[in-house]
Design a protein around this ligand. Structure first.
Ligand SMILES: *[C@@H]1O[C@H](CO)[C@@H](O)[C@H](O)[C@H]1NC(C)=O
Ligand SMILES: *[C@@H]1O[C@H](CO)[C@@H](O)[C@H](O)[C@H]1NC(C)=O
Length: 277
């Protein structure tokens, strides 16, 4: 957990680095984007998705495992069909640039996919999205981009936001997507995007997104809209029946669900539980 002091420290170093232009790039380029989507993931669902891709996969969950983690901050141009990505192919992710915040990144911008290389996830987010975000002076270094993600993760604390509305992780409950939408809107003022991982007819809450304009002020996200009983929600989830899972998926539960006799299966349980990166 971050103390108040580490946030103050981050704030101060942020101010110093903002006034220090030596290590910054790209601010003279015209802006290619006008909205940035900040996406956070629910690691329990992310883990399920990773294991469903291949049963030998294992997850490295954050600590504590029931905290929303950063996926990324993705610039876009409203109304354009062309994705804004890989804006500077010569500016490769350099772990040294975020060394001082690496511990926080491991905790809050966690690569849950065990077996992928340590920096692969951050390098992907930086190379694909960060190099585009860098057109904005406030985000024009790796340090600023990743620090902003950590700050938003703290500011838009989805565990708290959902809990305030009585929405808590529970493997046996089903929530309505409208309630999730209202919870986020009521606490943050954001018009969010709510994404589900849809598998075997079920909807598992996987990502919550809020969007900002180029002044980094909240702005309504642009995404597929669905109307449920008069409420417009940007989501791919079904109306009711959204599962906000509490536990890491176990192969056994899935076999039970399918009515398979577990005893007869010759499988070795995988150690899905917490292994830190
Ligand atoms: C791309 O990145 C390189 C390496 O960091 C930098 O020198 C250059 O100024 C960047 N180009 C633009 C257009 O931002
Ligand atoms: C979010 O809130 C929870 C519960 O209050 C807290 O334990 C956690 O540290 C917060 N996360 C961040 C990133 O601030």
């Amino acid at each position: 957990m971050w103390s108040v002091w580490s946030y103050m420290f981050l704030g101060i170093t942020f101010l110093i680095s903002s006034t220090n232009a030596r290590s910054t790039h790209g601010s003279s380029e015209p802006m290619k984007w006008d909205i940035i989507t900040f996406s956070q993931s629910w690691p329990i669902t992310g883990c399920k998705e990773w294991i469903d891709k291949q049963s030998s996969h294992e997850c490295s969950l954050p600590q504590p495992k029931d905290s929303w983690i950063v996926h990324g901050a993705w610039p876009d141009l409203r109304g354009s069909k062309h994705p804004v990505q890989f804006c500077n192919k010569t500016w490769h992710f350099d772990p040294e640039a975020v060394k001082t915040i690496e511990a926080e990144l491991i905790e809050h911008w966690t690569n849950i996919e065990t077996g992928t290389s340590k920096y692969e996830f951050w390098a992907h987010e930086w190379n694909k999205h960060g190099t585009c975000a860098a057109a904005l002076p406030a985000l024009n270094s790796e340090y600023k981009y990743f620090s902003q993600g950590l700050a938003w993760n703290h500011q838009y604390n989805m565990t708290t936001v959902l809990q305030t509305a009585g929405i808590t992780p529970d493997d046996h409950k089903q929530y309505s997507v409208e309630d999730i939408h209202h919870a986020i809107k009521a606490s943050t003022g954001a018009e969010p995007v709510i994404q589900c991982y849809r598998k075997a007819g079920r909807n598992y809450l996987v990502e919550l997104r809020v969007c900002f304009d180029t002044k980094l002020q909240l702005t309504p996200c642009v995404s597929g809209k669905k109307v449920f009983g008069g409420v417009t929600v940007k989501t791919n989830c079904v109306s009711s029946g959204v599962i906000y899972p509490k536990n890491v998926p176990m192969e056994m539960f899935d076999l039970w669900d399918l009515g398979v006799n577990v005893e007869e299966q010759s499988w070795t349980p995988s150690p899905y539980e917490v292994i830190r990166v």
